[in-house]
Design a protein around this ligand. Sequence first.
Ligand code: HEM
Length: 167
Amino acid sequence: MLQHFAVWLAATPISMVIQNVLWIIPAVQTVHILAIAVVMSSVAMITLRIFGLAGRGSTMAETADRYVPWIWTALAILALTGLTLITGEPVRSLTNPAFQLKMAMLAVAIVVTTLFQVTVLRGSVVWTASPRPAPPVRAMALATMILWCAIAVAGRWIAYLILDYGA
Ligand code: HEM
């Protein structure tokens, strides 16, 4: 089913334009990579603050206010550039196990980021009880950082796990 959709999409005029105008895919991949850097550095700054290793002069609410908007903005850019890359090379990505794993992990990361933002906004004791959150919260923060790294690794591995359907 997904394979048929991918083969159909690859034959559409918009896919043809993305495939045949040589600068589109390299330019879009470049923007994709720059947006990854914004997400990863913002998540890293929040994680360092949770561990009390950076930004100790700021509360968790101030830290979230500063970095979470960058994560959502960069994710919107990643979604747009990612959709362009999918439209240009649908067989390469849609049926690709690394891509599917990446999207599943991204869904989890988006839920965790939303939970973080909502609990900080509500002034949850998780973030206000002490300057440095409790060990289970720090463990969760470390797991989230590792999850974002795994998403990046899966993104890179898309290029190596291409299933050829003769499109
Ligand atoms: C928001 C939804 C996203 C979509 C739809 C998407 C889609 C894609 C697609 C189709 C590719 C091209 C793969 C290829 O042809 O080799 C790609 C590459 C990649 N993506 Fe994403 N992506 C998204 C978000 C992310 C995020 C959040 C990260 C990391 C935090 C990420 C990391 C990567 C990496 C590292 C590559 C390889 C870049 C390269 O080697 O040029 N992507 N993505």
